[in-house]
Design a binder for this molecule. Sequence first.
Ligand code: SF4
Ligand code: SF4
Length: 239
Amino acid sequence: LKAIQCLESTDRGVSVHPRSGDASYPDFFMQRCTQCKRCTEECPFGALDDDEKGTPLPNNTRCRRCGTCMGSCPERIIGFKDYNIDLIGSMIKAVEVPEEDDDRLRIIVFVCENDAYPALDMAGMRRNGINHMLRFIPVRCLGSVNMAWIRDALSAGMDGVMLLGCTYGDDYQCHFVKGSEIANKRMENIGDTLSTLGLESERCVTNQVAITDYDKIPQIVNDFVEEIVEMGPNPFKGF
Ligand code: SF4
Ligand code: SF4
């Protein structure tokens, strides 16, 4: 059935599972491209060829619309018309950050829409308690999370950031094959950057769950809140 869906979707120029029917493609604002080749190296589906200088050459028929290229680009020049750097950036800005002298903290969780978000939804429907300091932002795949969003969240005074997505490794469950693993590597690098700024690297973590983990998710996110509470507020809050 998947093969039939693939043929039929390709014929119509739309994406296959898990973004079935998606007719959008990533746009590149090439004037600002530095030809760093990160997008071509990280695309899990080989949908970005490049020329001899390293300029990406999109191969749209292979594109699965995962957004990993958008997450990889340090210049933030890749985006979809309905999913882009500014859209998620606006969602981060819209989150209320408690004042410095308030005893409430604020923690953002970027949640993969494929497994983690439905599992979180299920946890909510089962009335499993989730800490009130958490705010959730759905993303196409953890691979699409641009590190600029993490920096934006911390500069806005958020006290912690978690990426919640699919299992990676040999027994991977990532719907876009490598997105979750790539996000984990990027987070290790941002951890080093945080340490040089004097911020605890443990303020930014990744976690993997399956769609059947709806009973485990509340504990995973609530434990993270407790860790952040122990660390105290983001020292850059208010600056
Ligand atoms: S990373 Fe994903 S969205 Fe970007 S070109 Fe490759 S398949 Fe398409
Ligand atoms: S990641 Fe961005 S800057 Fe680097 S080659 Fe791709 S589009 Fe250009």
